[in-house]
Design a protein around this ligand. Structure first.
Ligand SMILES: [Zn+2]
Length: 108
């Protein structure tokens, strides 16, 4: 298992910081609340991707376009953890919608 899962005990409206550079990767004070830093590999939800690096996408078994095209039958989390990326962390937080999560990938 090349990933480490970290479950954040925060609300859906809280900002999320990069553990390396402390940048607010999710920043609700910004109009564009997705603010990936150089350590961010992906920002995803159970319902799709908001951001992904080419480098990380190449380690996944399916492309993001393919996943989005089949989003009714895809388990995004299962796809994220099937990646061949050597070492990464997944920060999981609630999305504010029943049963849904956001997943942010950072370099280890
Ligand atoms: Zn960072």
């Amino acid at each position: 298992m090349a990933y480490q899962l970290v479950q954040l005990e925060i609300q859906a409206t809280d900002n999320i910081q990069c553990p390396h550079c402390q940048q607010q990767v999710i920043n609700w004070a910004e109009e564009q609340y997705i603010q990936p830093c150089e350590h961010t590999l992906f920002i995803a939800m159970d319902i799709g991707f908001e951001y992904i690096t080419d480098e990380f996408e190449q380690t996944m078994r399916r492309t993001v376009d393919d996943l989005h095209a089949n989003d009714d039958q895809v388990n995004i989390f299962a796809e994220l953890v099937a990646s061949q990326y050597p070492e990464y962390r997944i920060y999981q937080s609630v999305l504010g919608v029943e049963g849904y999560s956001r997943y942010i990938g950072f370099t280890a």
